[in-house]
Design a protein around this ligand. Structure first.
Ligand SMILES: N[C@@H](CCC(=O)N[C@@H](CS)C(=O)NCC(=O)O)C(=O)O
Length: 218
């Protein structure tokens, strides 16, 4: 069954500062899809309550309620669901596979390093001391991932299908805020140009932008 975006308002459980949640808010905005937003504070343990775990046993945001009682976790799965049938989700089989390739790369090589460094350095008091050894590893592996992206972007304007897709949205989320946790993007000129291209896309919103209809986490 294909759910129609027009039929009901989706509910997105999201934390404003989270890059994974930002991906979904950005896509929803660019696709012109209305939704209710439930702000969830992971630092207060709100993803670990019995009520939240009943919705997502993995205890993570973002989480999208696509129909009453039907919950979709995983940011990149949400991007595919929401963008399906639009130019943001390539249909040609090799373009689609390449978009997927970059979205798996994002979850395996980029987000665990850039996202973890950002979480501990910008959101947790004393995080630098607590994660001293992991941080070295996250920085090293994060720079490796940025190197792979730089190499690709030297010869391509976007990551897949020769145009802006959900692969760009997925990779943009943590890359554009990488300097907040000490990553220096100066040696990556192609990444910096791509970041500008993404920020110039229609209906682009920043990570701080909030929709006007907002619910309070129950
Ligand atoms: N692979 C997941 C990762 C989601 C994730 O790590 N969410 C973090 C916030 S960015 C979270 O909810 N952490 C709360 C917790 O672990 O309790 C996705 O892409 O959606």
């Amino acid at each position: 069954m294909k759910l129609s975006h027009e039929d009901g308002m989706y509910t997105l459980y999201s934390m404003q500062r989270s890059g994974n949640c930002y991906k979904v808010r950005l896509a929803l905005n660019q696709l012109g899809i209305r939704y209710r937003l439930v702000e969830v504070d992971i630092l207060k343990g709100e993803t670990r309550t019995p009520e939240f775990l009943a919705k997502n046993p993995n205890g993570h945001v973002p989480l999208l309620e696509v129909a009453p009682g039907r919950y979709l976790p995983e940011s990149n799965a949400m991007l595919w669901y929401l963008a399906s049938g639009t130019s943001l989700a390539p249909e040609d089989s090799i373009d689609r596979a390449e978009a997927l390739q970059w979205m798996f790369f994002e979850q395996h090589s980029l987000e665990p390093n850039l996202g973890s460094a950002r979480f501990w350095l910008t959101m947790v008091k004393g995080g630098r001391e607590l994660q001293q050894y992991s941080l070295e590893d996250w920085m090293e592996k994060g720079y490796q991932a940025l190197g792979v992206m730089e190499k690709h972007l030297k010869g391509h304007r976007f990551f897949a299908a020769n145009h802006y897709t959900i692969a760009d949205i997925a990779l943009y989320a943590y890359t554009h805020v990488a300097p907040e946790s000490g990553f220096d993007l100066t040696p990556f000129p192609s990444i910096r140009s791509w970041l500008k291209r993404v920020a110039n896309q229609p209906a682009y919103i920043t990570i701080d932008w909030r929709p006007t209809v907002m619910m309070i986490a129950e």
